[in-house]
Write a protein that binds this ligand. Sequence first.
Ligand code: NAD
Length: 349
Amino acid sequence: MAMGLGLIGYGGMGRWHHENLARVEGIEVVGAYDVQPMRGELAAASGIRNYASLEELLADPRVRLVTVATPNDFHKEHVLAALAAGKHVVCEKPVGMDAQELVEMMEAARRAGLVFTVHQNRRWDEDYRIVRRTIEDGAIGTPFYIESRVQGSRGIPGDWRCVREAGGGMILDWGVHLIDQILWMVDSPVVEVYAHLLSVRFPDVDDNFKLLMKFGNGLSALVQVDTLCFSNLPRWHVSGDAGTLVVDDWSCKGRVVKAKTVEFRMEEGIVYTKAGPTRTMAPRPVESIEELPLPKVETDWADYYRNVLAAVEGREELIVKPEQALRVLRVIDAAFESSSKGICVRMQV
Ligand code: NAD
C-alpha cells in the first residue's frame, strides 16, 4: 500500500508538491491543512481531504509522511508537531529561520527515530547537474572560482517574502538553494563568509545580495541573487586552471572554453588592442583555444521523493541530510552577521 502523505500549507508550493507527487509511485497525497479556508477548498477540489485543523491531519493514521509548505517562520512549529505525532517529515527550505532552530528539529527527529529531511529540490536542476558533471569530468581542470547567480527584475512578490519576521528576503529564499548546491559540490569546509545584502525596494529584507565563500581547499564561490536586474549575467561562470565553464541560463545553453595547450608563450612585444596596449588582457590567438559543448544530463525532480520513500523504508540513505542543511544555515547566519557588521566571518563549517 502506498505511503500516505499530508500537506501542511496548500499555497503555491503545497500545490506543487501535490502535482509532482503524482509521478512518484509508492506515495499518495491523502490530504492538506491550510489556515486559509479557501486554500483548503482548493485541496478538496483537487480530490484530497481538506483537514479542518492541524490536529486532525496529524491524528490521521493514513498519514505517515508530512510535508511542511508553510511560510518560513512556521517551519519549526510544524516540523516539531509532526515529529511529535510520529510522522516522518519533509520540510520546505529554508528549514529554519536560523541554525539554532534546525538544531532543535534535528534533536527531536533523532529522539523520535523518524526520517527528517529538507526539500532541496534544486540539487536535481539540469543546469546544476551540468556544472557538476563538467567539473567531475575534469573538463576545466581544477576549479578555483565558481559564480552562481539568479537574476530577475520583478522585485519580490508582495506577500510574507518581504517581511523580515516571516523569514522573507532573498538569502532565505533563492540563496538557500544556491548555497546548498555549492556546498553539495565542494568537498571542503567553508572557512570565510563575506556578504553584501541590499534592501533597494523592499526596506525590511534583502532584495539583492552577493555572498562570497572561501573553502579550506582554496576554492572561492560567489552566490548572487538580484530582483532588480534588467540584463542578466550568466547563471554559472566557473573558472578552472585549464578552462572556463559558462551556463547562460535555465535553457542550459553554454560552453566550455579551454586552452588547447596549457603552456602559452606570451608575445615578445606589446599587443595593441582596441583598448590600447596590453599583453595580459589581449585575446588569445584563436588557434590556441577550443570550445566544447556542455554535457547532456538526465535529471528528474521526482527523484527527491523517491529517495525519501526509500529512506523511510530503509532501502537508501537520505540524499538531503539535515546536517547538510545545517551547514547552509550556518553560512546564512554568518552572511547576516557579515553584512550587518561589515566584516568577513571566519568559520570552519
Ligand atoms: P504561499 O504563501 O504560496 O503558501 C503558504 C501557505 O501556507 C498559504 O496557503 C498559507 O495560507 C499557509 N499557511 C500560513 N500559515 C499557516 C499555518 N499556520 N498553518 C497552515 N497553513 C498556513 O508560499 P509558498 O510559495 O507556497 O512557500 C511555502 C514554502 O515553500 C516556503 O518555505 C518557501 O520558501 C518554500 N518554497 C520552496 C520552493 C522550492 O523550490 N523548494 C519554491 C517556492 C517556495
